[in-house]
Ligand binder design. Sequence first.
Ligand code: FAD
Length: 391
Amino acid sequence: HCLDKLSGVVEDCCCDYTTVNSLNREVLHPILQRLVRTPFFRYFKAKLWCDCPFWPEDGMCRLRDCSVCECPEGEFPENFKGIISPSGGRLSSYDPVCQEGKPQALVDRTLDPKAFRGWAANRDNPWTHDDEREEGDVTYVNLLLNPERFTGYAGPSAARIWAAIYRDNVLAPHDKLAPPESRVLYKLISGLHSSISVHIAAESLLDESANKWGPNVTLLHERVLEYEDRVSNLYFTFLFVLRAVTKAADYLIEAEYNTGNPSDDEQTAVLVQHLVRNEQLQAACPKPFDEAKLWQGKDGAQLLLQLQKQFRNISAIMDCVGCEKCRLWGKLQILGLGTALEILFSEDSPNPPVLQRNEVIALVNLLNRLSESLIYLYDLAPLVEEPSTFR
Ligand code: FAD
Protein backbone atom coordinates (compact mmCIF):
# COMPACT_ATOMS: atom_id res chain seq x y z
CA HIS A 1 0.00 0.00 0.00
CA CYS A 2 1.00 3.58 -0.49
CA LEU A 3 1.16 4.91 3.09
CA ASP A 4 4.91 4.24 3.31
CA LYS A 5 5.49 6.34 0.20
CA LEU A 6 3.81 9.44 1.61
CA SER A 7 6.39 11.89 2.89
CA GLY A 8 7.06 15.61 2.98
CA VAL A 9 4.41 18.29 2.81
CA VAL A 10 0.88 17.33 1.75
CA GLU A 11 0.46 18.58 -1.82
CA ASP A 12 -0.97 22.13 -2.00
CA CYS A 13 -0.99 22.38 1.81
CA CYS A 14 1.38 23.68 4.44
CA CYS A 15 1.98 20.75 6.81
CA ASP A 16 3.80 17.46 6.41
CA TYR A 17 2.26 14.00 6.67
CA THR A 18 4.08 13.06 9.87
CA THR A 19 2.94 16.19 11.69
CA VAL A 20 -0.64 15.75 10.48
CA ASN A 21 -0.68 12.14 11.68
CA SER A 22 0.61 12.87 15.15
CA LEU A 23 -1.51 16.01 15.60
CA ASN A 24 -4.58 14.16 14.49
CA ARG A 25 -4.04 11.08 16.61
CA GLU A 26 -2.86 12.76 19.78
CA VAL A 27 -4.70 16.08 19.80
CA LEU A 28 -7.53 16.60 17.33
CA HIS A 29 -9.15 13.18 17.11
CA PRO A 30 -9.77 12.87 20.89
CA ILE A 31 -11.37 16.35 21.00
CA LEU A 32 -13.51 15.71 17.92
CA GLN A 33 -14.71 12.35 19.21
CA ARG A 34 -15.98 14.01 22.38
CA LEU A 35 -17.42 17.00 20.51
CA VAL A 36 -19.58 14.98 18.11
CA ARG A 37 -21.11 13.15 21.08
CA THR A 38 -22.38 16.35 22.72
CA PRO A 39 -26.13 17.04 22.40
CA PHE A 40 -25.46 20.09 20.23
CA PHE A 41 -23.37 18.29 17.63
CA ARG A 42 -25.08 14.95 17.49
CA TYR A 43 -28.33 16.14 15.86
CA PHE A 44 -28.46 17.05 12.21
CA LYS A 45 -31.39 18.48 10.29
CA ALA A 46 -31.96 17.03 6.83
CA LYS A 47 -34.58 16.58 4.22
CA LEU A 48 -34.24 12.91 3.55
CA TRP A 49 -36.84 12.47 0.85
CA CYS A 50 -35.47 10.92 -2.25
CA ASP A 51 -36.54 13.93 -4.30
CA CYS A 52 -34.08 13.81 -7.14
CA PRO A 53 -34.13 16.73 -9.59
CA PHE A 54 -32.06 14.79 -12.14
CA TRP A 55 -32.82 11.64 -14.11
CA PRO A 56 -36.61 12.12 -13.96
CA GLU A 57 -36.98 8.89 -15.90
CA ASP A 58 -35.72 6.89 -12.93
CA GLY A 59 -38.69 5.86 -10.84
CA MET A 60 -36.58 5.04 -7.81
CA CYS A 61 -35.43 8.61 -7.45
CA ARG A 62 -38.99 9.84 -7.34
CA LEU A 63 -40.29 7.49 -4.71
CA ARG A 64 -41.15 9.67 -1.75
CA ASP A 65 -40.19 8.04 1.51
CA CYS A 66 -39.27 4.82 -0.21
CA SER A 67 -37.25 4.01 2.87
CA VAL A 68 -40.32 2.54 4.51
CA CYS A 69 -40.99 0.24 1.59
CA GLU A 70 -39.39 -3.18 1.75
CA CYS A 71 -39.50 -3.26 -2.02
CA PRO A 72 -39.21 -6.95 -2.81
CA GLU A 73 -39.34 -7.13 -6.56
CA GLY A 74 -43.00 -8.16 -6.74
CA GLU A 75 -44.13 -5.17 -4.73
CA PHE A 76 -42.18 -2.58 -6.64
CA PRO A 77 -44.79 -0.13 -7.99
CA GLU A 78 -45.93 -1.22 -11.44
CA ASN A 79 -45.76 2.27 -12.90
CA PHE A 80 -42.03 2.47 -12.15
CA LYS A 81 -41.29 -0.69 -14.05
CA GLY A 82 -40.31 -0.82 -17.68
CA ILE A 83 -40.08 2.93 -18.04
CA ILE A 84 -39.41 4.00 -21.60
CA SER A 85 -36.80 6.67 -22.27
CA PRO A 86 -37.64 9.72 -24.44
CA SER A 87 -35.81 8.06 -27.33
CA GLY A 88 -38.06 5.03 -27.03
CA GLY A 89 -35.47 2.58 -25.67
CA ARG A 90 -35.63 0.84 -22.31
CA LEU A 91 -33.51 2.61 -19.77
CA SER A 92 -30.40 0.66 -18.95
CA SER A 93 -29.94 2.57 -15.70
CA TYR A 94 -33.18 1.25 -14.28
CA ASP A 95 -32.44 -0.90 -11.27
CA PRO A 96 -35.44 -2.65 -9.75
CA VAL A 97 -33.69 -3.55 -6.51
CA CYS A 98 -34.75 -0.99 -3.94
CA GLN A 99 -31.58 -0.18 -2.07
CA GLU A 100 -33.68 1.68 0.46
CA GLY A 101 -35.24 -1.54 1.70
CA LYS A 102 -32.03 -2.88 3.25
CA PRO A 103 -32.23 -2.55 7.03
CA GLN A 104 -28.64 -1.38 7.32
CA ALA A 105 -29.38 1.44 4.85
CA LEU A 106 -32.25 2.95 6.86
CA VAL A 107 -31.94 5.97 9.11
CA ASP A 108 -32.95 5.53 12.74
CA ARG A 109 -35.01 8.65 13.49
CA THR A 110 -35.19 8.22 17.26
CA LEU A 111 -34.65 11.52 19.10
CA ASP A 112 -33.96 12.08 22.75
CA PRO A 113 -36.52 14.77 23.65
CA LYS A 114 -34.53 15.84 26.72
CA ALA A 115 -31.40 16.55 24.73
CA PHE A 116 -32.85 17.99 21.58
CA ARG A 117 -34.57 21.22 20.64
CA GLY A 118 -35.27 22.23 17.05
CA TRP A 119 -33.99 25.40 15.47
CA ALA A 120 -34.70 27.69 12.54
CA ALA A 121 -32.51 28.50 9.57
CA ASN A 122 -32.34 31.88 7.93
CA ARG A 123 -29.71 32.38 5.27
CA ASP A 124 -28.47 31.08 1.91
CA ASN A 125 -25.03 29.61 1.32
CA PRO A 126 -23.99 30.23 -2.31
CA TRP A 127 -22.09 26.91 -2.35
CA THR A 128 -24.97 24.65 -1.41
CA HIS A 129 -28.40 23.75 -2.62
CA ASP A 130 -30.35 24.26 0.61
CA ASP A 131 -33.77 22.74 0.64
CA GLU A 132 -33.97 22.23 4.36
CA ARG A 133 -36.17 25.31 4.89
CA GLU A 134 -39.48 23.59 4.40
CA GLU A 135 -39.81 22.60 8.01
CA GLY A 136 -42.64 20.16 7.27
CA ASP A 137 -40.33 17.93 5.25
CA VAL A 138 -37.25 17.93 7.43
CA THR A 139 -36.12 15.26 9.81
CA TYR A 140 -33.84 15.66 12.79
CA VAL A 141 -31.45 12.77 13.04
CA ASN A 142 -29.31 11.57 15.93
CA LEU A 143 -26.04 10.90 14.11
CA LEU A 144 -24.74 8.61 16.84
CA LEU A 145 -27.52 6.15 16.08
CA ASN A 146 -26.65 6.25 12.39
CA PRO A 147 -22.92 5.69 11.90
CA GLU A 148 -21.53 6.03 8.42
CA ARG A 149 -20.59 2.50 7.38
CA PHE A 150 -21.38 -0.25 4.89
CA THR A 151 -25.02 -0.13 3.73
CA GLY A 152 -24.98 -2.32 0.65
CA TYR A 153 -25.65 0.65 -1.63
CA ALA A 154 -23.79 -0.10 -4.87
CA GLY A 155 -24.44 -0.91 -8.50
CA PRO A 156 -25.65 1.42 -11.27
CA SER A 157 -27.37 3.92 -8.95
CA ALA A 158 -24.25 4.60 -6.84
CA ALA A 159 -21.96 4.52 -9.89
CA ARG A 160 -24.15 7.04 -11.68
CA ILE A 161 -23.92 9.52 -8.79
CA TRP A 162 -20.13 9.40 -8.63
CA ALA A 163 -19.86 9.53 -12.43
CA ALA A 164 -22.13 12.59 -12.59
CA ILE A 165 -20.12 14.32 -9.88
CA TYR A 166 -16.75 13.69 -11.53
CA ARG A 167 -17.78 13.95 -15.15
CA ASP A 168 -20.10 16.94 -15.10
CA ASN A 169 -19.23 18.88 -12.01
CA VAL A 170 -15.52 18.85 -11.32
CA LEU A 171 -12.70 19.41 -13.79
CA ALA A 172 -10.43 16.53 -14.72
CA PRO A 173 -7.51 16.45 -12.25
CA HIS A 174 -4.87 16.18 -14.93
CA ASP A 175 -6.22 19.00 -17.09
CA LYS A 176 -3.09 21.16 -17.40
CA LEU A 177 -5.20 24.23 -18.13
CA ALA A 178 -7.38 23.81 -15.07
CA PRO A 179 -6.97 26.72 -12.65
CA PRO A 180 -5.72 25.79 -9.15
CA GLU A 181 -9.14 26.65 -7.67
CA SER A 182 -10.76 23.93 -9.82
CA ARG A 183 -8.11 21.46 -8.69
CA VAL A 184 -9.12 22.26 -5.12
CA LEU A 185 -12.70 21.30 -5.89
CA TYR A 186 -11.62 17.99 -7.45
CA LYS A 187 -9.38 17.14 -4.51
CA LEU A 188 -12.08 17.94 -1.98
CA ILE A 189 -14.54 15.59 -3.70
CA SER A 190 -11.94 12.88 -4.20
CA GLY A 191 -10.82 13.19 -0.56
CA LEU A 192 -14.41 12.93 0.64
CA HIS A 193 -14.95 9.91 -1.63
CA SER A 194 -11.86 8.27 -0.07
CA SER A 195 -13.20 8.98 3.39
CA ILE A 196 -16.59 7.41 2.57
CA SER A 197 -14.79 4.33 1.21
CA VAL A 198 -12.61 4.12 4.34
CA HIS A 199 -15.71 4.16 6.54
CA ILE A 200 -17.38 1.46 4.43
CA ALA A 201 -14.23 -0.66 4.74
CA ALA A 202 -13.79 -0.01 8.46
CA GLU A 203 -17.32 -1.18 9.29
CA SER A 204 -18.47 -3.73 6.76
CA LEU A 205 -21.10 -6.40 6.98
CA LEU A 206 -18.86 -9.47 6.78
CA ASP A 207 -21.54 -12.10 7.21
CA GLU A 208 -25.13 -11.05 6.58
CA SER A 209 -26.77 -14.17 8.05
CA ALA A 210 -24.80 -13.86 11.30
CA ASN A 211 -25.02 -10.04 11.24
CA LYS A 212 -21.24 -9.99 11.72
CA TRP A 213 -19.59 -6.59 11.22
CA GLY A 214 -15.88 -5.78 11.02
CA PRO A 215 -13.15 -4.30 8.85
CA ASN A 216 -12.87 -5.40 5.25
CA VAL A 217 -9.22 -4.72 4.52
CA THR A 218 -9.38 -6.02 0.98
CA LEU A 219 -11.95 -3.37 0.17
CA LEU A 220 -9.81 -0.73 1.88
CA HIS A 221 -6.85 -1.77 -0.19
CA GLU A 222 -8.70 -1.96 -3.51
CA ARG A 223 -10.55 1.31 -3.17
CA VAL A 224 -8.13 3.54 -1.31
CA LEU A 225 -4.72 2.24 -0.27
CA GLU A 226 -3.75 1.19 -3.76
CA TYR A 227 -4.05 4.80 -4.97
CA GLU A 228 -1.58 7.35 -3.66
CA ASP A 229 -3.64 10.26 -5.02
CA ARG A 230 -6.81 9.13 -3.22
CA VAL A 231 -4.91 8.98 0.07
CA SER A 232 -3.21 12.34 -0.44
CA ASN A 233 -6.54 13.91 -1.42
CA LEU A 234 -7.96 12.65 1.88
CA TYR A 235 -5.18 14.49 3.72
CA PHE A 236 -5.80 17.57 1.59
CA THR A 237 -9.52 17.59 2.42
CA PHE A 238 -8.78 17.12 6.11
CA LEU A 239 -6.36 20.07 6.13
CA PHE A 240 -8.70 22.27 4.09
CA VAL A 241 -11.61 21.68 6.49
CA LEU A 242 -9.31 22.06 9.50
CA ARG A 243 -8.17 25.43 8.14
CA ALA A 244 -11.81 26.52 7.72
CA VAL A 245 -12.60 25.53 11.31
CA THR A 246 -9.61 27.42 12.72
CA LYS A 247 -10.22 30.43 10.48
CA ALA A 248 -13.74 30.69 11.86
CA ALA A 249 -12.36 30.41 15.43
CA ASP A 250 -13.69 33.75 16.70
CA TYR A 251 -17.12 33.03 15.31
CA LEU A 252 -17.22 29.47 16.68
CA ILE A 253 -16.06 30.59 20.12
CA GLU A 254 -18.75 33.30 20.27
CA ALA A 255 -21.51 31.00 18.98
CA GLU A 256 -24.20 29.71 21.34
CA TYR A 257 -24.30 25.99 21.91
CA ASN A 258 -27.61 26.08 23.63
CA THR A 259 -29.48 22.80 24.03
CA GLY A 260 -31.18 23.66 27.30
CA ASN A 261 -28.72 21.86 29.58
CA PRO A 262 -26.13 24.39 30.87
CA SER A 263 -23.51 21.84 31.93
CA ASP A 264 -23.62 20.03 28.56
CA ASP A 265 -23.54 23.35 26.74
CA GLU A 266 -20.57 24.59 28.72
CA GLN A 267 -18.68 21.40 27.99
CA THR A 268 -19.45 21.83 24.27
CA ALA A 269 -18.14 25.40 24.32
CA VAL A 270 -14.94 24.31 26.08
CA LEU A 271 -14.34 21.52 23.56
CA VAL A 272 -14.93 23.91 20.66
CA GLN A 273 -12.37 26.30 22.15
CA HIS A 274 -9.85 23.45 22.53
CA LEU A 275 -10.36 22.54 18.91
CA VAL A 276 -10.24 25.94 17.24
CA ARG A 277 -7.58 27.60 19.45
CA ASN A 278 -5.36 24.63 19.97
CA GLU A 279 -1.84 25.52 21.06
CA GLN A 280 -0.30 22.29 19.79
CA LEU A 281 -1.95 22.79 16.42
CA GLN A 282 -0.84 26.41 16.27
CA ALA A 283 2.74 25.43 17.09
CA ALA A 284 3.04 22.50 14.68
CA CYS A 285 0.77 23.45 11.79
CA PRO A 286 -0.46 27.05 12.18
CA LYS A 287 -2.01 27.30 8.71
CA PRO A 288 -3.07 23.86 7.46
CA PHE A 289 -4.04 25.35 4.08
CA ASP A 290 -3.22 28.75 2.57
CA GLU A 291 -6.26 30.08 0.78
CA ALA A 292 -4.54 33.42 0.14
CA LYS A 293 -2.48 31.76 -2.62
CA LEU A 294 -5.64 31.23 -4.66
CA TRP A 295 -7.80 33.59 -6.68
CA GLN A 296 -4.81 35.39 -8.20
CA GLY A 297 -6.01 34.96 -11.81
CA LYS A 298 -7.76 37.80 -13.60
CA ASP A 299 -11.08 35.97 -14.04
CA GLY A 300 -11.45 35.20 -10.35
CA ALA A 301 -14.98 36.52 -9.89
CA GLN A 302 -16.32 34.57 -12.85
CA LEU A 303 -14.51 31.40 -11.80
CA LEU A 304 -15.91 31.71 -8.29
CA LEU A 305 -19.46 31.82 -9.67
CA GLN A 306 -18.74 28.81 -11.90
CA LEU A 307 -17.30 26.74 -9.05
CA GLN A 308 -20.18 27.70 -6.79
CA LYS A 309 -22.60 26.52 -9.47
CA GLN A 310 -20.74 23.22 -9.86
CA PHE A 311 -20.72 22.64 -6.14
CA ARG A 312 -24.42 23.51 -5.82
CA ASN A 313 -25.08 20.86 -8.48
CA ILE A 314 -23.15 18.30 -6.47
CA SER A 315 -25.15 19.31 -3.42
CA ALA A 316 -28.41 18.81 -5.38
CA ILE A 317 -27.24 15.42 -6.66
CA MET A 318 -27.23 14.21 -3.05
CA ASP A 319 -31.05 14.02 -3.30
CA CYS A 320 -30.54 11.25 -5.87
CA VAL A 321 -28.48 9.00 -3.62
CA GLY A 322 -30.64 5.87 -3.48
CA CYS A 323 -29.97 4.80 0.11
CA GLU A 324 -31.27 6.79 3.01
CA LYS A 325 -28.28 6.55 5.33
CA CYS A 326 -25.85 7.29 2.49
CA ARG A 327 -28.00 10.29 1.56
CA LEU A 328 -27.90 11.51 5.17
CA TRP A 329 -24.09 11.37 5.35
CA GLY A 330 -23.70 12.56 1.75
CA LYS A 331 -25.81 15.64 2.49
CA LEU A 332 -24.10 16.32 5.79
CA GLN A 333 -20.60 16.07 4.37
CA ILE A 334 -21.34 18.08 1.25
CA LEU A 335 -22.93 20.76 3.46
CA GLY A 336 -19.79 20.63 5.63
CA LEU A 337 -17.56 21.08 2.57
CA GLY A 338 -19.81 23.89 1.27
CA THR A 339 -19.46 25.60 4.64
CA ALA A 340 -15.67 25.24 4.56
CA LEU A 341 -15.64 26.65 1.03
CA GLU A 342 -17.76 29.58 2.14
CA ILE A 343 -15.49 30.33 5.08
CA LEU A 344 -12.29 30.15 3.03
CA PHE A 345 -13.50 31.62 -0.25
CA SER A 346 -16.11 34.10 0.92
CA GLU A 347 -15.93 37.48 -0.74
CA ASP A 348 -15.54 39.42 2.49
CA SER A 349 -12.63 37.29 3.57
CA PRO A 350 -10.89 37.61 6.08
CA ASN A 351 -14.23 38.02 7.95
CA PRO A 352 -15.92 34.65 8.11
CA PRO A 353 -19.58 34.63 7.09
CA VAL A 354 -22.46 34.21 9.51
CA LEU A 355 -23.10 30.49 9.69
CA GLN A 356 -26.26 28.51 10.25
CA ARG A 357 -26.41 26.11 13.12
CA ASN A 358 -26.78 23.13 10.76
CA GLU A 359 -23.69 24.27 8.84
CA VAL A 360 -21.58 24.36 11.99
CA ILE A 361 -22.82 20.88 12.92
CA ALA A 362 -22.02 19.60 9.42
CA LEU A 363 -18.57 21.21 9.43
CA VAL A 364 -17.50 19.67 12.74
CA ASN A 365 -18.97 16.24 11.96
CA LEU A 366 -17.24 16.28 8.56
CA LEU A 367 -13.91 17.10 10.20
CA ASN A 368 -14.46 14.25 12.63
CA ARG A 369 -15.18 11.80 9.77
CA LEU A 370 -12.01 12.85 7.94
CA SER A 371 -10.00 12.60 11.13
CA GLU A 372 -11.41 9.10 11.78
CA SER A 373 -10.51 8.07 8.24
CA LEU A 374 -6.84 8.98 8.78
CA ILE A 375 -6.81 6.92 11.96
CA TYR A 376 -8.52 3.93 10.28
CA LEU A 377 -6.05 4.04 7.38
CA TYR A 378 -3.07 3.57 9.68
CA ASP A 379 -4.73 1.11 12.01
CA LEU A 380 -6.06 -1.12 9.25
CA ALA A 381 -3.27 -0.87 6.67
CA PRO A 382 -0.97 -3.39 8.48
CA LEU A 383 -3.77 -5.97 8.24
CA VAL A 384 -3.69 -5.75 4.45
CA GLU A 385 -0.62 -7.98 4.51
CA GLU A 386 -2.58 -10.70 6.27
CA PRO A 387 -5.79 -10.82 4.24
CA SER A 388 -6.63 -14.32 5.48
CA THR A 389 -7.44 -12.88 8.93
CA PHE A 390 -10.19 -10.82 7.39
CA ARG A 391 -12.01 -10.95 4.14
P1 FAD B 1 -17.14 3.70 -6.11
O1 FAD B 1 -16.70 4.08 -4.74
O2 FAD B 1 -18.59 3.78 -6.45
O3 FAD B 1 -16.31 4.59 -7.13
C1 FAD B 1 -16.74 4.81 -8.49
C2 FAD B 1 -15.52 5.21 -9.33
O4 FAD B 1 -15.01 6.47 -8.86
C3 FAD B 1 -14.34 4.25 -9.21
O5 FAD B 1 -14.45 3.20 -10.13
C4 FAD B 1 -13.14 5.13 -9.47
O6 FAD B 1 -12.94 5.29 -10.87
C5 FAD B 1 -13.57 6.47 -8.92
N1 FAD B 1 -13.06 6.70 -7.55
C6 FAD B 1 -13.22 5.91 -6.46
N2 FAD B 1 -12.68 6.49 -5.37
C7 FAD B 1 -12.16 7.67 -5.79
C8 FAD B 1 -11.48 8.73 -5.13
N3 FAD B 1 -11.24 8.71 -3.82
N4 FAD B 1 -11.06 9.80 -5.88
C9 FAD B 1 -11.31 9.85 -7.20
N5 FAD B 1 -11.98 8.88 -7.88
C10 FAD B 1 -12.40 7.82 -7.18
N6 FAD B 1 -22.05 2.96 0.48
C11 FAD B 1 -22.07 2.45 1.74
O7 FAD B 1 -21.99 1.24 1.91
N7 FAD B 1 -22.19 3.27 2.84
C12 FAD B 1 -22.29 4.63 2.71
O8 FAD B 1 -22.42 5.35 3.70
C13 FAD B 1 -22.27 5.19 1.39
N8 FAD B 1 -22.38 6.52 1.20
C14 FAD B 1 -22.41 7.01 -0.07
C15 FAD B 1 -22.57 8.38 -0.25
C16 FAD B 1 -22.63 8.89 -1.54
C17 FAD B 1 -22.81 10.38 -1.71
C18 FAD B 1 -22.53 8.04 -2.67
C19 FAD B 1 -22.62 8.59 -4.06
C20 FAD B 1 -22.36 6.69 -2.49
C21 FAD B 1 -22.30 6.16 -1.19
N9 FAD B 1 -22.12 4.79 -0.99
C22 FAD B 1 -22.14 4.30 0.27
C23 FAD B 1 -21.79 3.89 -2.10
C24 FAD B 1 -20.24 3.77 -2.26
O9 FAD B 1 -19.63 5.05 -2.29
C25 FAD B 1 -19.84 3.07 -3.56
O10 FAD B 1 -20.40 3.74 -4.65
C26 FAD B 1 -20.23 1.60 -3.60
O11 FAD B 1 -19.74 0.95 -2.47
C27 FAD B 1 -19.66 0.91 -4.87
O12 FAD B 1 -18.26 1.06 -4.90
P2 FAD B 1 -17.33 0.84 -6.17
O13 FAD B 1 -16.24 -0.09 -5.82
O14 FAD B 1 -18.18 0.47 -7.34
O15 FAD B 1 -16.61 2.24 -6.43
